[in-house]
Ligand binder design. Structure first.
Ligand SMILES: NC(=O)c1ccc[n+]([C@@H]2O[C@H](COP(=O)([O-])OP(=O)(O)OC[C@H]3O[C@@H](n4cnc5c(N)ncnc54)[C@H](OP(=O)(O)O)[C@@H]3O)[C@@H](O)[C@H]2O)c1
Length: 332
């Protein structure tokens, strides 16, 4: 395919670009050229997407089979890109989020669960859920059934800059007694970024549109398996000390928040790790073993060092106060 990736240098976009190149696709990216140099073999267009005339000029004279858009902010930007590209590319894949569903998420929710309101014309990005829904509506407005809305759950794997797996790996690396968020058998539903990328590219190739929840099968992985596997894969000498949920809450430790296992305002969030993903699997999604996700994330961290933290990701201080952690460990 001739593929255009809007973004293409951070976690999801970078995985899409690399997966596409491995498949033999001809890849163009469009971004500001600020974050990292384009991958070898990629044609890089440079423009600020908030500047629509600049984007129009950068895209002028080109055509693609498909475009994948990783934008997470003002929906108006997706609207402008989709309008500019409509007629010059057959398929618009939008990297969306399960966040478009109205909170609290029902247990076992599928794509039909209630949605937040979104406005494709909006220039506002303060409300993440509304911005993502606005982005979806903008893609649909221009592309109709040719728009793919890939509503990702928690995305893990190499290049993750949200601070989930990299944070845990660095923490386990320090060794010693490490407080872990119990219960160990709590389900952790995630998608490896490369599996999501491969699936979105397959959909683009087949011209498949529609809304899909994109995540691994519920119940397949637990937080206990995640942390044990991280120790196995890395060989770190750390002892996991499982803190019961009630004790963590009492002591004000929100560990697990980084994975959506608990939140200060809602200690028992529903629907986070039990999404119904039948539709995406029926449409060809495949997932790799957890070991590969962790091992490859660790290999990347060792090779490239820690990524710059995202300004829109919560700081680890939100979920772990070292003094409170010490208090909890002393009780266990
Ligand atoms: N992480 C999760 O668990 C999760 C879950 C669900 C959905 N998602 C979705 O996954 C997506 C994340 O995508 P990502 O990791 O590839 O990228 P990202 O970090 O959201 O976006 C950054 C990309 O966009 C470019 N960019 C930023 N501002 C720009 C501008 N004004 N004009 C042009 N380009 C600009 C950046 O390159 P330059 O800086 O060089 O311009 C970079 O390539 C988001 O849409 C998010 O909503 C994530």
């Amino acid at each position: 395919m001739k593929l255009l990736v809007l973004g293409g240098t951070h976690h999801v976009g970078r995985a899409i670009v690399e997966t596409a190149l491995e498949r033999g696709d001809e890849v163009t990216t469009l971004n500001r050229g600020l974050s990292r140099p384009p991958a070898p073999g990629v044609r890089a267009l440079v423009a600020d997407r908030t500047d629509t005339p600049a984007v129009a000029a950068a895209l002028a004279g080109h055509e693609w089979d498909a475009v994948i858009d990783t934008w997470a902010w003002a929906p108006r930007v997706v609207r402008d890109s989709a309008r500019l590209l409509e007629g010059r590319t057959g398929h618009y894949g939008y990297v969306s989020s399960r966040g478009v569903h109205r909170w609290p998420w029902p247990a076992d929710a599928d794509e039909s669960a209630p949605l937040v309101d979104g406005d494709p014309e909006s220039d506002d990005s303060a409300d993440y859920a509304a911005a993502k829904r606005g982005g979806e509506l903008a893609a649909i407005e221009a592309y109709g059934e040719r728009a793919l809305l890939a509503r990702a759950g928690m995305i893990l794997g190499p290049y993750e800059d949200v601070g989930r797996v990299p944070w845990w790996l660095r923490r386990l690396e320090k060794g010693g007694r490490v407080l872990a968020p119990g219960p160990a058998d709590a389900s952790l539903q995630h998608i490896d970024v490369r599996d999501m990328a491969a699936w979105m590219l397959q959909c683009a190739e087949r011209g498949l549109g529609g809304a899909y929840t994109v995540a691994g099968r519920p119940g397949e992985v637990t937080i206990g398996q995640f942390l044990e596997t991280a120790l196995e894969v890395t060989g770190f000498d750390a002892e996991l000390v499982w803190g019961p949920e009630e004790l963590l809450r009492r002591e004000g430790v929100w560990l697990g928040m980084e994975f959506g296992l608990r939140f200060p305002h809602d200690p028992a969030p529903t629907g986070m790790h039990d999404a119904d993903v039948h539709a995406a699997f029926a449409a060809g999604l495949t997932t790799r073993p957890l070991q590969d996700t962790i091992a490859d994330t660790w290999a990347w961290l060792q090779a490239e060092g820690d990524p710059a933290p995202r300004s829109d990701a919560p700081s680890p201080d939100t979920w772990l106060d070292p003094i409170a952690e010490r208090r909890v460990l002393d009780q266990l």
